[in-house]
Design a protein around this ligand. Structure first.
Ligand SMILES: O=C(O)C(=O)C[C@H](O)[C@H](O)COP(=O)(O)O
Length: 240
């Protein structure tokens, strides 16, 4: 599978990618298991902590059903470290050619961050059209994503940064959004208290949803919601 279709598979595996900053490697597997059991098998462990790569190794070994990636990748060297630790993909907050080239050389799927049309152009030039939109709410939110759909109809996004339980549906229903990312699934106090049932419940509350686009491989018009929730199908915003 090419890296391009591999990142699409990852982005369509679950509606939300939890973004994790793991301080203690000892909690990594329990935290990941709570999220996976709650229905969110794609995880991004950020390189914001010293324990990050050891946490990725532990999760990759203990939970083969999870798709664990490394986030906050800002240099080419970190791409190789992430792969050695067992990452199945890498995420960068912005776009640089050097990170893109290294990921391509190592055949490791990359989800690069963009927030402007110029950055989308640079990524598309490098062959990447599945992108993280970061920081999503600060950079214009859903309105910006709708605006980007005009010149970049092929681009698909994972908005991240300021996404919450309250606003994530307004992003997921956009035709150019396949999934969203966010740290709200693993609140620091819940991790500190080892409150895995709470984290599992936070994941379960969102894991039944599907972006209509993700459901149809990028061009869907259907909406799946968790049982009991109002069906927002009519609110699906078709940008084509
Ligand atoms: O560390 C990185 O690589 C990033 O690009 C940033 C994170 O994805 C966001 O900071 C998560 O945002 P929140 O869900 O608002 O906490």
């Amino acid at each position: 599978m090419s890296s391009a279709s591999a990142i699409q598979s990852i982005m369509t595996r679950a509606p939300v990618i939890p973004v994790l900053a793991i301080d203690e490697v000892e909690v990594a597997v329990d935290l990941a298991r709570a999220l996976v059991d709650g229905g969110l098998p794609v995880l991004e462990v950020t390189l914001r902590t010293d324990a990050a790569l050891a946490a990725v190794e532990a999760i990759a070994e203990a939970l083969p059903q999870a798709t664990v990636g490394v986030g906050t990748v800002i240099s080419a060297g970190q791409v190789a470290s992430a792969q050695s630790a067992g990452a199945r993909f890498v995420v960068s907050p912005g776009f640089t050619a050097s990170v893109a080239v290294r990921a391509q050389q190592l055949d490791l799927p990359l989800l690069p961050g963009v927030m402007t049309p110029s950055e989308v152009m640079a990524a598309v030039e490098a062959g990447l059209d599945h992108l993280k939109f970061f920081p999503a709410t600060a950079a214009g939110g859903a309105d910006m994503l709708k605006a980007l759909a005009g010149p970049f109809p092929q681009a698909r996004f994972c908005p991240t940064g300021g996404i919450t339980a309250d606003n994530h549906l307004s992003f997921l229903r956009l035709a150019n959004v396949l999934c969203v990312g966010g740290s709200w699934l693993a609140p620091a106090d819940a991790v500190a208290a080892r409150d895995w049932p709470r984290i599992r419940a936070l994941a379960a509350a969102v894991s039944g949803q599907r972006s209509p686009s993700a459901e149809a491989g990028g061009v869907g018009d259907r909406w799946y919601s968790v049982a009991g929730e109002e069906d927002p199908g009519s609110a699906f915003e078709d940008l084509r």
